[in-house]
Write a new protein. Structure first.
Length: 130
């Protein structure tokens, strides 16, 4: 009987030790960082293809992409890019954007810097027109 009790006591110690280790591992897990509250700028144009070879897009004076063809209609937020739109994912906030239009390898026009608010979880469309 003493052997059985001793055996049960040993088993409960092992079980307690395993349970304690499991709790320790679970409690030591790194906290996941909070998801970034982002939005997305979508730049596109419907200018005639004869009016440009490329349009360089800048956000906060940093080059973010290049349009090389017009888009027949306003693109969907999650549409794949084929040179007819530039997607820029950024934390929500206010930004300044500008663009330069090229034809024949020469800059022929530009959109001067202007402010734009980027809301959380939304697509902010910027259509480049004449």
């Amino acid at each position: 009987m003493k052997k059985i009790l001793k055996s049960c006591h040993s088993a409960s110690k092992v079980f307690g030790l395993m349970l304690g280790l499991q709790l320790l591992v679970i409690s030591c897990k790194k906290d996941e960082p909070a998801p970034r509250e982002e939005g997305r700028f979508i730049f596109y144009t419907q200018l005639d293809r004869k009016e440009f070879d490329a349009i360089d897009i800048y956000v906060n004076k940093k080059f973010v992409g290049k349009l090389v063809s017009p888009n027949a209609k306003r693109p969907d937020c999650n549409q794949a890019t084929l040179g007819d739109m530039v997607k820029v994912d950024l934390p929500a906030g206010e930004y300044h954007w500008s663009a330069k239009q090229f034809l024949g390898g020469k800059e022929i026009d530009e959109w001067y810097e202007r402010p734009e608010k980027l809301p959380v979880g939304e697509c902010e469309y910027i259509k480049l027109t004449d």
